[in-house]
Design a protein around this ligand. Structure first.
Ligand SMILES: Cc1cc2nc3c(=O)[nH]c(=O)nc-3n(C[C@H](O)[C@H](O)[C@H](O)COP(=O)(O)OP(=O)(O)OC[C@H]3O[C@@H](n4cnc5c(N)ncnc54)[C@H](O)[C@@H]3O)c2cc1C
Length: 454
C-alpha cells in the first residue's frame, strides 16, 4: 500500500456548511405516478357495471392490463425526457433504474393484455384462439399497427435484458431502444378505437391525448430543442487535449456564456464531438474541474471506441453538450465532515467537488498503479490550499496493497461514521466500498454514489 498524506485542519472561513433539506421530489413523483395508475383503474371501474363469467373476467383483466400498459408507456417516456427538475432531484442513475424496472412491468402488462384479450374474446365468441387472433389483428381497427407496436415492445424488452445487452455496444443498445417511440406511436390508435373505456367517452379520450401529447412536448423540449439551442448559444470548441495518465486525457473546452450552462461540481454532460466518427453519439463525462465562465474541462479514460478517440481530437473541433445532469452535488451532503472515495477514473466528479465543497474534507483515491493516479498534481495543490488530507492508495505491488475494508478505511479516516461519503469508481470497487463503509458504521443515507454505467 502506498499512502501519501497531506495534513488537514481545514477552517471553513467563508465556506460555511449549510444542512440541506432533503428533496421531496422523488416522493412526490412516485406518488403522482401511483395516483395516475389509480386514476387509470378508476376509468375502468366507472365504465364497468358487472363482471359475470370467465370470459368477462378475462376480458376485464385484459382491459385493465392494457390501460395500465398504455399509461406506463407515457410514464416511461416522461422519466427519460431528461427534465432538469427530475434529473437534479432524483438523479439520472435512479431515474434509469426506475425506467428499467418500469420497462419490465410494461412489457409484462402488454403481454398479459394481449393474451387475456385473445383468451377472453375466444371464450365469448366460442372460437379457437388462433382464429380469434387473426380476426382481431386483421379486422379490428388499428390492430394491425397495434400488433406491430406490441412486437417492437417485446423485441426492445428482449434487447434490454441484461444478458443480451452485455453482448452489444452501448450505442447499438441505445439506438435500438428508440424503437419504443415507434412502438408507442403504432399502438396508440388501437387504444382509442378499440378500448371499451375510450369508445364514446370524449372526456377519457381527451385525457389520454393530453397525457401523450404532454409527454411528446416534454421529449421535444428537453431531448431535442434544448441541446440544439445550447449548441448554438455556447458554441463550444475543443481548446486543448492534455495527457494526464496512461490512457487518460483531459479535454479543455472554450465557449460563450458558459456561466449560464449551470454545471455544478459533481455533474456530468453528454458530449457530442462534431467530427468524423464521433458526431452521431453523445457520451456522458463528468466535469473534472468547476465550470468557469469561459472554460470547461472533462477528463476521460479510454474504455472503448468513443473514449479512446477523444485523445485524437483536434483543437477547434465543435462540441455540443447536453445537460448538465445528475444529482451527485453539494446538495446531497448532510454532515459537516466529508470523505471523497475515488476509484480510477471515478476521480473526475470528486476532483471538482474536492475543490469546492465547503467544510472538513478528506480524499481517498485508489488506483491500480502510481502512474494511474490522474490529476495528482492539482489534487495536492487543492489539499495544500485547503489544508485537507489526501490518501493515495495503489494496488500494485499486490503484496503491499490494502484491501478496501472497514478496518483499512477507518485507519485512514478517523471518525469515519460521522462522515458523508461521496463515492465514485468501477462497480467492483464501489460494491466493496459500500460494504466496508456500512460495516464501519456509515449510515446508507450518508453514502452518495455516482455510477458510470446506466
Ligand atoms: C454519469 C456518468 C459520468 C461519467 N463520467 C466519466 C468521466 O468523467 N470520465 C470517464 O472517463 N468516463 C466517464 N463515464 C463513463 C463513460 O461515459 C464511458 O466510459 C464511455 O461512454 C464509454 O464509451 P466507449 O464508446 O468508449 O466504450 P464502450 O465500450 O462503448 O462502452 C463501455 C461502457 O460504458 C458505458 N457507456 C457507453 N456509452 C455510454 C453512454 N452514452 N451513456 C451511458 N453509458 C455509456 C456502458 O456501460 C458501456 O458498457 C461516465 C459515465 C456516466 C454514466
Amino acid at each position: 500500500m502506498t499512502t501519501t498524506s497531506t495534513t488537514m485542519t481545514y477552517t471553513s472561513r467563508g465556506m460555511r456548511h449549510r444542512r440541506p433539506r432533503r428533496s421531496r421530489v422523488p416522493l412526490l413523483v412516485s406518488l403522482a405516478i401511483w395516483a395516475g395508475a389509480a386514476g387509470v383503474l378508476g376509468l375502468w371501474w366507472s365504465d364497468t357495471t358487472s363482471v359475470v363469467g370467465p370470459a368477462a373476467w378475462l376480458t376485464g383483466a385484459g382491459r385493465i392490463t392494457g390501460l395500465l400498459a398504455g399509461y406506463a408507456c407515457a410514464v416511461l417516456l416522461a422519466l427519460m425526457a431528461r427534465m432538469p427538475l427530475l434529473d437534479h432531484n432524483i438523479g439520472t442513475d435512479r431515474l434509469a433504474r426506475w425506467h428499467a424496472w418500469g420497462g419490465r412491468c410494461t412489457v409484462s402488462l402488454a403481454l398479459a393484455h394481449t393474451l387475456l384479450i385473445i383468451w377472453g374474446y375466444s371464450l365469448s365468441s366460442r372460437t379457437n384462439v388462433v382464429d380469434q387472433t387473426s380476426t382481431l389483428v386483421l379486422h379490428y381497427p388499428d390492430l394491425l399497427k397495434g400488433t406491430a407496436g406490441f412486437l417492437l415492445f417485446v423485441a426492445t424488452g428482449i434487447v434490454s435484458a441484461r444478458a443480451a445487452r452485455r453482448r452489444m455496444s452501448y450505442e447499438t443498445w441505445h439506438y435500438l431502444h428508440f424503437a419504443t417511440y415507434l412502438a408507442v406511436f403504432l399502438s396508440f390508435g388501437h387504444q382509442l378505437s378499440n378500448g371499451a373505456d375510450f369508445v364514446g367517452d370524449r372526456l377519457a379520450q381527451a385525457a389520454w391525448y393530453t397525457l401523450f401529447l404532454g409527454v411528446t412536448a416534454l421529449l421535444a423540449r428537453y431531448r431535442f430543442a434544448a441541446p440544439v439551442r445550447r449548441g448554438l448559444r455556447h458554441r463550444l470548441r475543443v481548446a486543448a487535449v492534455r495527457p494526464e495518465a496512461p490512457g487518460v486525457v483531459s479535454i479543455h473546452l472554450t465557449g460563450r456564456h458558459l456561466d449560464d450552462l449551470g454545471g455544478e461540481p459533481g455533474q456530468f454532460l453528454r458530449w457530442r464531438f462534431l467530427t468524423h466518427g464521433l458526431w452521431w453519439t453523445a457520451n456522458p463525462y463528468s466535469l473534472s474541474a468547476p465550470a468557469h465562465p469561459g472554460h470547461l474541462r472533462i477528463t476521460v479514460k479510454a474504455a472503448g471506441g468513443h473514449s479512446a478517440a477523444l485523445a485524437r481530437l483536434r483543437p477547434g473541433t465543435r462540441v455540443w453538450a447536453e445537460g448538465p445532469y445528475g444529482s451527485f452535488t453539494a446538495n446531497r451532503r448532510t454532515a459537516p465532515k466529508v470523505l471523497f472515495l475515488a476509484g480510477g477514473i471515478g476521480i473526475t466528479p470528486l476532483r471538482a467537488l474536492f475543490e469546492t465543497l465547503p467544510g472538513h474534507v478528506t480524499l481517498v483515491y485508489r488506483a491500480r498503479r502510481t502512474v494511474d493516479l490522474a490529476l495528482r498534481g492539482e489534487l495536492d495543490a487543492i489539499a495544500a490550499r485547503r489544508r485537507a488530507t489526501v490518501h493515495y492508495v495503489v494496488d500494485e505491488p499486490a503484496e503491499r496493497s490494502a484491501p478496501l475494508t472497514a478496518r483499512s478505511l477507518s485507519a485512514l479516516v478517523p471518525d469515519l461514521a460521522a462522515h458523508d461519503v461521496y463515492l465514485c469508481g468501477p462497480p467492483g470497487m464501489t460494491g466493496a466500498a459500500i460494504g466496508a463503509l456500512r460495516e464501519a458504521g456509515v449510515p446508507a443515507r450518508r453514502i452518495h454514489h455516482e455510477s458510470f454505467a446506466f
